[in-house]
Design a binder for this molecule. Sequence first.
Ligand code: LHQ
Length: 261
Amino acid sequence: MSYETILYEQSGGVLTITLNRPEKLNAINDAMLGELKSAFKAAGRDDSIRAVLLTGAGRGFCPGQDLYEARSRDESMGFGEHLRTAYNPFIRRLYSFSKPIVCAVNGVATGAGMSLALATDIRIASEDAYFMQAFVKVGLVPDTGSSKRLQDLIGQTRAMELMLTGHELSAQEALEWGLINQVVPHDDLMPTALELTERLAQGPTKVMGYIKRAVQFSVNASLEQALEYEADMQELAGRTEDSKEGIAAFIEKRDANFTGR
Ligand code: LHQ
């Protein structure tokens, strides 16, 4: 598969997807959105891929929608329709992606670029990175999942402040606010993120998909509903080869050798 706006590189069970328009800090144009959609579709279907690492080329992670392209778009298609037809199907795909996604936030993440980072499972940021709900600065509302995901992660008090002010949140503040998992010196970012993604790629991949489903389901569920959903997921997990291997390894006092099945 050949891509023009992203890099798609597999090594062992790890797929690294790199947003690759560095001269525009990796702003998302239609071509990139289409390629991201195809890449995640292919990665979801390929059993040899067991975890994904998402990052950006150059000094930025992603500043969101390419505003030049947004302005030059045919006015017959409003932003709402653009979101409904182009972005939202991709964002849904990302949230329902069944394998772990680690985000290595190498630089600025704003607008839909911040939404993209928030849609991943574990976020590690360079000390040089920062986050901004830049939508308000260009007279737009948070989209691509930000209005929900941000408050799910850090609570409405702080989410509202970020969305109304467009405050630039440093990587360190983002860590303190619970928006990301780790901050590392810039040069350590890729080795750290890769080491984690490789570790995840050796886990019980199918079961990790069920873990993700259970966590996402529970965000909007009552305890009763969550208990029931956990039971459904555990039923599926218990039938996997990895579950049998994990329990056998525990009893035999050895490390489990998960295959992802
Ligand atoms: C860019 C962009 C960019 C194009 C930097 N576009 N070129 C809305 C509408 C419809 C549907 C979907 O969703 C959305 C939601 C959105 O995502 S709206 C966009 C929200 N994002 C922003 O408003 C951020 C705009 N960018 C900035 O404020 C700054 O560029 C930041 C703070 C990200 C970085 O500032 P600097 O480090 O000073 O870099 P820079 O501004 O010099 O940018 C470097 C280059 O990247 C520059 O290119 P140029 O050829 O002019 O030198 C920028 O034009 C380009 N770039 N963001 N979103």
